[in-house]
Design a binder for this molecule. Structure first.
Ligand SMILES: Cc1cc2nc3c(=O)[nH]c(=O)nc-3n(C[C@H](O)[C@H](O)[C@H](O)COP(=O)(O)O)c2cc1C
Length: 338
């Protein structure tokens, strides 16, 4: 039987050897080193590539210093970052995996000593600062920073770029009526709330012709938040602008209780794929090979993003292959009996 989880996936000129993606996960390990790659990052990401993940997506990497979630985040706001990031892509490529990078800006969820910025001056929680409402100059500087981040990602030989438009970070703050109270051309209707992301996509596309993913939160868990019809509208717009895949997560816009269960977000990826006709990635409590295979077989999503399962077990692809009765090529120790 053909195993979809272990079948290749081609986007533009990039082919992933299988459908398993290491989901972006902040490791907060730059240790106040101005966002520079540390030995930890090389070991951490290379081990998942050696474990036969098809695409290793590095964590939310900030396009500006003030866009970091914390002082420990990786950064791509300076030309000085490309040397370390190049060693990272080299380590990932060594094992036949492709390297992706998630370009991010935390907006009002930045936990920094300096001023923080957002579409509107409303704080996420009592423990975080009230952000400065961005003026048009700050908006265009941030759009330009995403573009420069994409140029540095290219220079660092990443194969895929993902924009972080989920979890209540800056792009999501512009998209959501729960966090965007602007009355200018960047706020109000969903057309206007989409403008910031639209400008970023166009700016990135000026210098990046490779595969472009966007992660969104496909549910905001609040009655006044965006609804599925809004996400479908955003997805159609993104598709028209040349986005290749939408990685569908959920939540994080406002503090809201959610009750996750296995595959709890897959339905959002499925809906967006069906309605907007764009490829999607599914993420969220996907832990077994059979579960992943079912999602692909029923065309609910095209890629499977795994976070905590890969933190626990870098060799998760081997575990899934055993479960599905598929022979995974890999290091010899996989098959050696002790
Ligand atoms: C330690 C940790 C860090 C994370 N950092 C990011 C991140 O940088 N960017 C992002 O989009 N999601 C981030 N996430 C969310 C994961 O990518 C994923 O969407 C979520 O954990 C659900 O998938 P899972 O059930 O397979 O863990 C993080 C999750 C964890 C556990």
């Amino acid at each position: 039987m053909k195993h979809l989880l272990f079948s290749p996936y081609t986007i533009k000129s990039v082919t992933l050897k299988n459908r398993i993606v290491m989901s972006p996960m902040c490791m907060y390990s730059s240790h106040n080193q101005d966002g520079h790659t540390q030995p930890f990052h090389l070991a951490h990401y290379e081990s998942r590539a050696a474990g036969q993940v098809g695409l290793v997506m590095t964590e939310a990497t900030s396009v500006t210093p003030e866009g970091r979630i914390s002082h420990e985040d990786l950064g791509i706001w300076s030309d000085d970052h490309t040397e370390g990031l190049s060693t990272l892509t080299e380590a990932i490529h060594r094992h036949g995996a492709k390297a992706g990078i998630q370009l991010a800006h935390a907006g009002r969820k930045a936990n920094l000593d300096s001023d923080i910025y957002a579409p509107s001056a409303s704080s996420f929680s009592e423990s975080l600062k009230t952000p400065v409402e961005m003026n048009e100059q700050q908006i265009s500087y941030t759009v330009q920073s995403f573009k420069e981040g994409a140029e540095r990602a290219k220079e660092s030989r990443f194969d895929i770029i993902e924009l972080h438009g989920a979890h209540g970070y800056l792009i999501n703050q512009f998209l959501s009526p729960l966090t965007n109270f602007r009355t200018d051309k960047y706020g109000g209707s969903r057309e206007k709330r989409y403008r910031f992301l639209s400008e970023i996509i166009d700016a990135v596309r000026e210098s990046w012709t490779g595969p472009l993913f966007v992660r969104i939160s496909g549910a905001e868990y609040h009655e006044n938040g965006n609804k599925m019809e809004d996400f479908i509208y955003f997805a159609e717009k993104m598709k028209a602008q040349g986005v290749d895949l939408i990685d569908v997560s959920s939540g994080g816009v406002v503090p809201a209780p959610i009750d996750p269960y296995p595959g709890y977000q897959v339905k959002y990826a499925e809906k967006i794929k069906a309605e907007a006709g764009i490829d999607t990635g599914a993420v969220g409590l996907i832990t077994s090979g059979n579960q992943a295979e079912e999602i692909l077989r029923n065309e609910r999503a095209d890629l499977i993003f795994l976070a905590r399962a890969l933190l626990k077990n870098p060799y998760w692809p081997k575990q899934a292959a055993d479960e599905l009765g598929y022979k995974l090529e890999g290091p010899r120790q996989y098959t050696r009996a002790w």
